[in-house]
Each structure stands twice: as structure tokens, then as C-alpha cells.
Design a protein around this ligand. Structure first.
Ligand SMILES: Cc1cc2nc3c(=O)[nH]c(=O)nc-3n(C[C@H](O)[C@H](O)[C@H](O)COP(=O)(O)OP(=O)(O)OC[C@H]3O[C@@H](n4cnc5c(N)ncnc54)[C@H](O)[C@@H]3O)c2cc1C
Length: 513
């Protein structure tokens, strides 16, 4: 709506100060400059001396809508960040040693008569007349064939039943967004914040003072200072909810390696280890590897050695150890500080959720941005409710990967298998065990196919299924499943392999198309 007034020149714009120039900080700066430059000025402070965490290579499909919202060309983005495509996460040895399953970004089969496909599958599988659940997943068939093409936009096509994300070089993403944001008027200051001044009356944060003496004033501060959480944690002392008793992995050793020749997997691989798990993330120019582990169950040296033994390809750096703890802030938005990224909380990277959580917080901040500079309690409360909701659900989903296991080959897996899980997860598992029902919700992360993949993939077998699935004659159902499987396999055969797709994307980016 044209208000007849140029908001670009609005002197009352809210002064937003972002502390931190990692992935979270520059995502926040880019999004705010795109959506709210008429309502705020944006000043970002980052310190090369402190640096960024520099990991975080596997993402979720939601990042595509973020890139699109910024108006960034996908091929250009993929070329600049050396990105590959990701159809899901392949889990090895989690439910039991020797097992493998994909958590696909996409559905299993198709709903029939309003009943989710997996209930028919449970019935037919119990009768020995169905293949594995993953035979009915387009994303899985593509992953097995190392194939990739973007999903069809025709919702009647078999090839519309999946989504995809990116695997990219984390050290290139933030600089890419920095160029974008600075070009849109974001002011950037390089330097270390050494003092935080608070308003003596309200207690809000008022000024960040840098090492060289410069003072940066703001109305709203976005704390993207990483694990340090300088504003929300060190200064405001917002409580920390510790979840390490459920998610004890607290360290990772990371090691990039040269890419092997041959196909590029369009998925991230997670392989269970004796005291945690290791990731393998194929990029265009190298492979990211890391072992996420519990320091109570294995020493750093032993973890690094175990990783070195397992990696394929020539190491391109020395192993690097990172420390963290699982949990979140009790209030991610406290006073006039909104924590985004690692400053807000951390859930280990087993399901690549951290960048997603930062994106979600940024999108909520934009939707609940203070009106005329006034921060309303109700808006702050709503923001925290939505952020907490996401964290809590992801927490349960992650715990499931560790808890639903038959593994008894190490103290770590014994501890995880026998631990008390949160009530919210216990109830979800009981619901599924009874009759294959998955706790339903329509928003946020990890809908029915995700839970289903992990339950079935890790051996949580329901005692029954939805009674409506018994309403179709066995022979008719068996033929329908066979036909579906054949049509899916046929559809996937026509797709290019992932490397061929990437080469064509790179060419498109070079030509500016
Ligand atoms: C082992 C590991 C693996 C991960 N894998 C994944 C993954 O696969 N997928 C995923 O989505 N996420 C992953 N993550 C999380 C991901 O790395 C982070 O979410 C992401 O990098 C965002 O980090 P950040 O910007 O919050 O913090 P950082 O990258 O730490 O940035 C903090 C910024 O604050 C600045 N700063 C701090 N203090 C000051 C100060 N006093 N003055 C000035 N500047 C300051 C720093 O210089 C830096 O610019 C992983 C994390 C870890 C630890």
C-alpha cells in the first residue's frame, strides 16, 4: 500500500545491531535488509580475530525458500558455495550394526482413501507381500541411484513427491550473504566488542563498545555471537536449559577430505560409532567429515584416530575439535535482545537442524518486528513460544535416533538405549507402537514421513495398523503396491545422475542463466 511517504528516509527507523558475522548473523542481516529496510537500519559487528565456527554444511529443504525470499539465483548460490543437492540423510548402524535406511525429504507411497500409505504397507509387509518401505520412496530410489533433478511442479507426477536441500561450504555461505547484505545498505564494522552498556533505568542493552573505543548504539540487538552468547547469555544471563542428559554428545572432531572420483552422493551420511556418530557430507570440491561424540565415553585423541581410520580420501587439514552442549535458552528473546543461531541454543547436527533453527528465528523476528520501535511483551512471548516449540520437538526426534536401538556393544549405546526419555517422546513412541500412528502436526519440522523413517528404520515395529487399511482385499492391495513400486522405479530411471546435474547447474550459473 502506498502511504504517500518515503519510508526509506524515515528517521524513526529502528536501529538494529547484529553482533556476529557467522552464518546466523549474515542470514539475519540479509533477510532484514530484504524485508524491513524501510523500517530499520542494520549494523553488523564481526571480529576476524574471534572468527566463526565454520562448520554447518548440511541443511534442510527450508533453506531454499530463504534463498528464494532473498531473490538469489539458485545456480549462482550453488556455484558460489560449492553446493551439492541433498535428498535426505542415510543412517548406518543406528538401530543395529549392519542396518541402513534413508530419512528422505519426501513421502512414502501415496495416501489411499484418506489413510496414510504406511498403514497399508504395515499390513502387507506383515503378510510378506510388500517390499521394504523405502521401495516406495522416490527420494530413496534417487539416492540409491545417485540421481538428482529438481522435483516436478506437476503434483500428479511421481517425481513431485520429494524435496531437496543443499550441502555447502560453510566458510563460503556467510561471505556470500555478506556481499548481498552490504550491497543493500547493511553497515558493517570489523572489531571486537569488549563492553556492553545497559540503560540504567530499563536494563535494556543500549551500546556495544568495541576494543578501539567505537560505540555502537541500538534499539534492538540480535545476538549472533555464537556459543559465546555475549548479549543474551553473558550480559542478560538468560537461563540455559541443559539437555545433555538426553543428548550427551558434546564434542566433534571435523576433518575435510579430498573427493573421491565417481558419483557424488545426493545425501548426507551418518554412521553410528562406539561413542556417537560420524558425518560424511559430499560437496562439489571436497567431502566434509566429522565424528560427534560424548566426551564422557571417548577421549579426543581416540575420537580423532577413529575418524582418521574411517575417512575415505586424502585429509585436507588437521582434525579440529569443537565443543558444545545440548540445550537452549529459556528465553531466546529477552528484553531488547533476540538470540539467533548458536547463541540461542544448540542441538547436535545429527539432523542438520541448526541453520534451520536460525532461519526460523529470523523469519519469526521479521513477522513480529517491533511496531514503531516498541517491543511488546506479547510479541516477545509469541516469538519465544514458537522458538521453544521447534527446539523441543527436534530434541525428541534426535533422542529417538539414539534410544530406538538394539545396540549393546558399548557403554554409550547401552546408556542411550536404557535412558529415561522425555515424556513427550515416550508418548509419541507408545502411539506409534500401538498401531503405527504418528503424532500429527502441520507446521514446523519433521512431519509424518520423517518419524516413520526413523521408527521403521530403527526397528520400532507397531503391533497393528489403522483398521481402515483392512478394508481393501489383499490381492488388490498387493497389485497396487507392486504397480506403485514399478512406476516409481521407472520414473527414477529417467533422471540424470547427481554429478551430471551439478555440471549442468554450474554451466547455467557461469552463463548467468
Ligand atoms: C560440529 C558442528 C557441526 C555442525 N553441523 C551443522 C550442519 O550440518 N547443519 C547445520 O544446519 N548446522 C550445523 N552446525 C551448526 C552451524 O555451524 C551453526 O548453526 C552456524 O554456523 C551458525 O553459527 P553462528 O553464526 O550462530 O555462530 P558463529 O559462526 O560462531 O559466529 C559467531 C560470530 O560472532 C562474532 N563474535 C563473537 N563474539 C564477538 C565479540 N565479542 N565481538 C565481535 N564479534 C564477536 C564472531 O566473530 C562470529 O562472527 C554445526 C555445528 C557444530 C558445532
Amino acid at each position: 500500500m502506498d502511504t504517500g511517504q518515503s519510508k526509506q528516509d524515515n528517521p524513526d527507523r529502528t536501529r538494529v545491531v547484529i553482533l556476529g558475522g557467522g552464518t546466523a548473523g549474515w542470514m539475519a542481516a540479509a533477510a532484514l535488509s530484504r524485508r524491513l529496510s524501510h523500517a530499520c537500519t542494520i549494523h553488523l559487528i564481526e571480529s576476524a580475530e574471534i572468527g566463526i565456527v565454520g562448520v554447518g554444511e548440511a541443511t534442510l529443504p527450508h533453506l531454499r525458500s530463504f534463498i528464494a525470499m532473498l531473490g538469489i539465483d539458485e545456480a549462482e548460490f550453488m556455484r558460489m558455495t560449492h553446493a551439492t543437492c541433498k535428498l535426505g540423510i542415510e543412517f548406518h548402524d543406528f538401530g543395529a550394526i549392519g542396518t541402513r535406511y534413508l530419512h528422505p525429504f519426501g513421502s512414502f507411497g501415496t495416501e489411499m482413501n484418506g489413510v496414510p500409505f504406511h498403514h497399508y504397507w504395515l499390513r502387507m509387509h506383515a503378510a510378506g507381500r510388500a517390499g521394504e518401505l523405502w521401495d516406495y520412496s522416490i527420494a530413496n530410489l534417487m539416492a540409491e541411484g545417485r540421481k538428482f533433478a529438481p522435483p516436478s511442479t506437476d503434483s500428479n507426477s511421481m517425481l513431485s513427491a520429494y524435496s531437496y536441500a543443499y550441502q555447502f561450504d560453510a566458510t563460503r555461505f556467510a561471505p556470500f550473504l555478506r556481499d548481498y547484505a552490504v550491497a543493500r545498505g547493511v553497515e558493517r564494522t570489523e572489531g571486537k566488542v569488549v563492553e556492553v552498556e545497559r540503560n540504567p533505568h530499563s536494563g535494556d542493552i543500549a551500546v556495544l563498545r568495541l576494543e578501539g573505543g567505537e560505540r555502537v548504539q541500538g534499539d534492538l540487538f540480535v545476538d549472533c555471537s555464537g556459543f559465546r552468547a555475549l548479549l543474551v547469555g553473558e550480559t542478560l544471563k538468560s537461563d540455559w536449559q541443559d539437555w545433555s542428559h538426553w543428548l550427551p554428545c558434546d564434542r566433534a572432531v571435523a576433518l575435510p577430505c579430498a573427493s573421491p572420483a565417481g558419483p557424488i552422493e545426493p545425501f548426507t551420511r551418518a554412521t553410528a560409532m562406539t561413542a556417537g556418530w560420524r558425518w560424511r557430507i559430499p560437496l562439489q570440491h571436497r567431502v566434509g567429515n566429522g565424528y560427534v561424540y560424548s566426551s564422557s565415553h571417548i577421549a579426543d585423541d581416540a575420537a580423532a584416530e577413529a575418524l582418521l581410520t574411517e575417512v575415505e580420501g586424502r585429509p585436507m587439514a588437521d582434525p579440529r575439535v569443537l565443543r558444545f552442549r545440548a540445550g537452549r535458552r529459556a528465553r531466546s528473546w529477552d528484553r531488547n535482545v533476540v538470540a539467533v543461531g548458536l547463541a540461542s541454543g544448540f542441538l547436535e547436527p545429527l539432523e542438520s537442524t541448526s541453520i534451520y533453527l536460525a532461519q526460523g528465528a529470523i523469519e519469526q523476528l521479521i513477522a513480529l518486528f517491533p511496531i514503531n520501535g516498541h517491543i511488546a511483551d506479547a510479541d516477545r512471548g509469541e516469538f519465544n513460544r514458537l522458538v521453544d516449540y521447534e527446539y523441543d520437538r527436534i530434541r525428541d526426534f534426535l533422542i529417538l535416533h539414539y534410544h530406538a536401538t538394539k545396540r549393546d556393544d558399548s557403554d554409550f549405546w547401552n546408556d542411550m538405549r536404557t535412558m529415561e526419555v522425555p515424556d513427550s517422546l515416550r508418548e509419541k513412541m507408545a502411539l506409534f507402537r500401538a498401531a503405527g500412528r504418528v503424532s500429527r502436526y502441520t507446521q514446523g519440522l519433521f512431519l509424518e514421513p520423517s518419524w516413520l523413517a526413523v521408527y521403521i528404520g530403527q526397528g520400532v515395529v507397531p503391533h497393528g495398523w489403522d483398521q481402515r487399511a483392512d478394508g481393501v482385499a489383499v490381492d488388490a492391495l498387493s497389485s497396487a503396491l507392486d504397480r506403485l513400486r514399478e512406476r516409481m522405479a521407472e520414473a527414477v530411471r529417467s533422471l540424470p545422475d547427481h554429478r551430471t546435474f551439478l555440471n549442468s547447474t554450474a554451466v547455467a550459473a557461469e552463463q548467468g542463466t
